[in-house]
Design a protein around this ligand. Structure first.
Ligand SMILES: [Ca+2]
Ligand SMILES: [Ca+2]
Length: 285
């Protein structure tokens, strides 16, 4: 039997399946085969119950991207229940900015609605519940997890929403016996940090315990007075506390830091030019 798929994928846009004496083209999930038997076009496939469920539960781990209602930019379907768990690098916060928003309107958002939670699932504190055509203001989660839930009822469909998720540095972190990582930027290890960053992390331990901070990797732009890019660590939750130091690489590079109270403030500043690898620190209590 000749394998028609071996040459230019049999002319199939997505997948080619060789059969005895012939071949067939298949399309990836969410696409249907064009009547010409080779092309694939979006939508109109009839999902099974399982794919309705799985196709609508999204787990997103990239530090930036876009989420949209099902079928965007066309009207969303009726009876949809979709979720997005957006997570980014530990020690950073998820931010969501709405580009477009149009859901069925009802004063209490009892029909179609979008809910945003400050955590990894719907048991976390709710940050907002939205419907209608007023675009929600940008929302920042307090941690590296955000949960978004979209619901449409049986009647009246609108265009839905398009939102961009990004990562914001800084925030409040809890130190515990288990050591956790803190990275200068979400893409630490892949790319250098970016210019113009001003990040404050407040790391707090349980009452009566101190915070231990250890820099394992430290590469920021070097300058004698550390006036370009630097990391500052304070022995308290604000910058009016005693400063452990302003650090840049070389002799002044930070070593292990112990707080005298139950919190420390780590500040990272990058100026307009020259970016380096950044830092990775670990903290515990
Ligand atoms: Ca509706
Ligand atoms: Ca710099």
């Amino acid at each position: 039997d000749r394998d028609e798929c071996a040459v230019e994928n049999g002319g199939c846009m997505h997948m080619c399946v060789n059969t005895v004496g012939s071949y067939t083209c298949n399309c990836r999930n969410g696409y249907v085969l064009h009547s010409n038997g080779h092309g694939c076009k979006e939508g109109k496939y009839i999902p099974t119950f399982a794919s309705i469920k799985s196709g609508c539960e999204h787990s997103i781990t990239s530090h930036m991207g876009e989420i949209t209602s099902p079928n965007w930019p066309n009207k969303y379907p009726s009876r949809k229940d979709c979720t997005w768990h957006v997570s980014t690098t530990a020690g950073h916060m998820v931010k969501l900015v709405f580009n477009e928003f149009e859901l069925e309107s009802q004063p209490d958002c009892a029909y179609d609605h979008l809910e945003i939670y400050d955590g990894a699932d719907a048991t976390a504190a709710i940050l907002g519940r939205y419907c209608g055509s007023k675009r929600p203001t940008p929302i920042v989660a307090s941690t590296n997890h955000m949960f978004v839930k979209f619901f449409s009822d049986a009647s009246v469909q609108k265009r839905g929403f398009s939102a961009s998720h990004t990562t914001v540095c800084g925030g409040s972190l809890n130190a515990s016996a288990r050591t956790k990582d803190l990275f200068s930027h979400p893409q630490y290890g892949d790319t250098n940090y970016v210019s113009g960053r001003e990040c404050d992390w407040i790391i707090t331990a349980r009452d009566g315990y101190g915070v231990e901070l250890l820099f394992n990797d430290f590469e920021v732009e070097e300058e004698t007075d550390c006036s370009y890019d630097f990391v500052e660590v304070f022995d308290g939750s604000t910058d009016s506390a005693v400063r452990f130091g302003r650090f840049s690489p070389g002799p002044s590079a930070p070593s292990t830091i112990f707080s005298s109270g139950d919190s420390i403030l780590v500040r990272f500043h990058s100026d307009d030019t020259i970016n380096k690898k950044g830092f990775q620190a670990s903290y515990s209590s």
